[in-house]
Design a protein around this ligand. Structure first.
Ligand SMILES: [Zn+2]
Length: 233
């Protein structure tokens, strides 16, 4: 691999459900880890409604999906995963949710935050929109300025400026990340989500095809794509 993806060192991924990071940015995360970056994951829900079965309780499903997510993170080399355990399918972009994200930003102090693009037209999952918009609002201006959630100061959580937002699932991406060398790791991480997969071979083929499509948009063999928002430091 030619050139390092970014000069920044600390990366935080914020997603709605177990497997969202892997689908949107798994190859990129694996590549960042290989380049010596520190990646942490904030998982807003534990995907407790992500099934068409009726013989499983939400609590049981959440336990299973958290275990699957931990396994996926081991495969990708993610250093730590935080489960906020908010209810699947019921996320709303409100101040209470924003406080939860700001707290994680002020604690982990990332240079780059990766999340869902909430601005893509006709993006259907309410949790994806809610996490994307709330995370963007948490990064700027909330986590940055000390008068927001001043009780954080008393807990030792200082304000923090994030340098860049990377949005996956973007309508207008402007960063294509070459994942040719980490596509297999992405597929392996997705395969950890056994509760979500009926046919692993079909999944691998679908992921490969999608990476090839994004790659052809970006002049690469296999890619993931992001809209990057740079914030003044
Ligand atoms: Zn999702």
């Amino acid at each position: 691999m030619a050139r390092a993806l970014t000069p920044y060192q600390r990366v935080m991924v914020v997603v709605a459900h177990p497997d969202d990071m892997e689908f949107g940015a798994g190859g990129t995360v694996a590549r960042l880890v290989r380049e010596g970056k520190e990646v942490v994951l904030v998982q807003c829900t534990s995907g407790d409604k992500g099934t068409n079965r009726r013989d499983v309780s939400p609590e049981e499903l959440a336990r299973q999906r958290e275990e699957e997510e931990r396994e996926a993170c081991r495969v990708l080399g993610v250093r730590e995963v935080v489960f906020l355990r908010l209810p699947d399918g019921e996320l709303e972009p409100n101040l209470a949710f924003r406080e939860r994200i700001v707290r994680q930003i002020r604690f982990f102090r990332p240079d780059i935050v990766i999340t869902h693009d909430p601005f893509r037209p006709y993006a259907l999952h309410p949790d994806h929109r809610a996490v994307g918009i709330t995370t963007i609002d948490a990064v700027y201006p909330t986590a940055r300025d000390p008068l927001y959630f001043p009780h954080h100061l008393a807990e030792g959580l200082e304000p923090h400026k994030v340098a860049e937002l990377w949005l996956f699932g973007a309508q207008y991406p402007d960063l294509y990340v070459d994942i040719s060398e980490t596509l297999d790791v992405k597929v392996a991480a997705l395969a950890a989500h056994r509760s979500q997969i009926s046919d692993p071979t079909e999944l691998a083929e679908r992921v490969r095809q999608r990476a090839a499509e994004l790659g052809s948009d970006g002049g690469l063999d296999f890619a993931e794509a992001f809209k990057v928002i740079s914030l003044r430091r």
